[in-house]
Design a protein around this ligand. Structure first.
Ligand code: ADP
Length: 187
């Protein structure tokens, strides 16, 4: 199964990945985690991406696309059960690049899971999380970037018939059940 997780920062995508991996055997690619690993390792790529991450802006297209291409190549070879993307695509250009990439390797998406959580709840969650880029100003900017650049992907994937909306509030277990129902329906 080939899955994209879509939702605002703090909508709970990362929290649900382990359960999805356990049930469906997919491998996961999370661009935020990959970028943080590059920053921690002090690579050239990490040095380029860091100012954007600190400001809550999208990292440059070429950096992120390169990471995704590498990640997918490895995954396609090592995991026949498919993959799940968290944090990618994040704007229209990334979504179109992903389409092209997946068409080329003959592995189109099966489903885009959209986590629906209201704005107030998201700010509360992010402020409680305490990651380096979880201060109030960066959060506000990440939400602005989400609204402006990422939210249009809801329409994009709806038009492709791939979007399934999941209510992202309630207990982790409840949300997990909803996701399972949505994924079982396309599995
Ligand atoms: P969150 O889901 O809380 O926003 P992420 O770990 O997904 O956290 O992303 C953290 C930061 O990494 C983003 O604010 C952005 O700077 C960068 N980033 C992650 N994914 C992408 C992407 N697909 N394109 C550009 N930048 C990205």
């Amino acid at each position: 199964m080939r899955i994209v997780l879509l939702g605002a920062p703090g909508s709970g995508k990362g929290t649900q990945t382990d359960a999805i991996i356990a049930r469906y055997g997919v491998a996961t690619v999370a661009t935020g985690d990959l970028l943080r690993a590059e920053v921690a390792a002090g690579t050239e790529l990490g040095r380029r991406a860091k100012p954007y991450m600190d400001a809550g802006e999208l990292a440059p297209f070429d950096i992120v696309l390169g990471m995704i291409e590498n990640g997918l190549k490895t995954l396609a070879q090592t995991n026949p059960k498919g993959f799940m993307m968290d944090g990618f695509p994040r704007d229209l250009a990334q979504a179109e690049a992903l389409d092209g990439l997946l068409t080329r390797i003959g592995q189109p998406l099966d489903i885009v899971l959209f986590f629906e959580v209201d704005y107030e709840e998201i700010v509360k969650r992010l402020l409680g999380r305490g990651r380096a880029d979880d201060n109030e100003e960066t959060i506000r900017n990440r939400l602005r970037v989400y609204e402006e650049k990422t939210a249009p992907l809801i329409d994009y994937y709806t038009r492709k018939g791939l979007l399934r909306q999941v209510k992202g509030t309630g207990s982790i277990e409840e949300i997990s059940q909803r996701i399972q129902a949505a994924l079982d329906a396309v599995a």
